[in-house]
Design a protein around this ligand. Structure first.
Ligand code: SAM
Length: 220
């Protein structure tokens, strides 16, 4: 008897899940660029992160749904500075750089734009392209998380917060411990909009415990 073909995580299976996903449909109906918007909306509903007048830095912003949420919640008052390797289509209310957050010139762009202003909220939804080699992918992901944490520690206001996506597995405990050293409070969030089968969770750190002096940006 012919064996039923094994179900693989093929492109067509992904496409089927994508078009039938309730959050994908909702995002299309409500004008969000991706279903990821609902992860931030859920976390914000619970943790009240976004308010008018804030300065928000969004790392790994493409296609831009977290920026959309931030701009909406802030009622277009305040600043959203966003970075991604990929282009982000123009989004009124957000200042966007296409750049690699691991590169010094990307950090320099942020520093130049912020001048000496501190940041209320750092968002990092960065995820590297997966090679399929789990340990390598985890290591690259945690390198990005570490850079987001370093940036947050350097730039956050005393009552500021960092929301960062992490994948549970190798490196998780070390990174959570680093967050616990850096913030007075650290909680884990797994929004319903995050797929059950995904090992992603979000760590939310509030109130950095050690503030580094902000260096004056080079205005040249
Ligand atoms: N939060 C986004 C939204 O709501 O539209 C979705 C972010 S997506 C899950 C992860 C993003 O991280 C990708 O667009 C990817 O290009 C970006 N990324 C990965 N590595 C990066 C890096 N080194 N610098 C900047 N962005 C990076």
């Amino acid at each position: 008897m012919a064996q039923k073909p094994k179900r693989t995580k093929s492109g067509s299976a992904w496409m089927h899940e994508h078009v039938t996903d309730a959050y994908v449909k909702k995002a299309q109906q409500e004008g969000f660029r991706s279903r990821a918007a609902y992860k931030l909306l859920e976390i914000d509903k619970r943790d009240h992160l976004l308010h008018p007048g804030m300065t928000v830095v969004d790392l790994g912003a493409a296609p831009g749904s977290w920026c959309q949420v931030a701009v909406q919640k802030m009622k277009r008052q305040g600043r959203v500075l966003a970075i991604d390797l990929l282009p982000v289509a123009p989004l009124p209310g957000a200042e966007v750089l296409q750049g690699d957050f691991t590169e010094p010139e990307t950090l320099a762009w942020l520093e130049k734009n912020l001048q000496t202003a501190r940041v209320d909220l750092v968002l990092s939804d960065m995820a590297p392209n997966m090679s399929g080699v789990v340990l390598r992918d985890q290591a690259r992901h945690y390198e990005l998380c570490g850079l987001a944490l370093d940036f947050a520690v350097d730039w956050l206001k005393p009552d500021g917060a960092l929301l960062v996506k992490v994948f549970q597995g190798t490196g998780f405990d070390d990174f959570r411990n680093a967050m616990r050293r850096a913030f007075a409070q650290v909680v884990i969030r797994k929004p319903e909009a995050s797929r059950d089968r995904s090992s992603e969770v979000y760590l939310l750190g509030r109130r950095p415990v050690k503030l580094e002096p902000v260096a004056c940006a080079d205005a040249s």
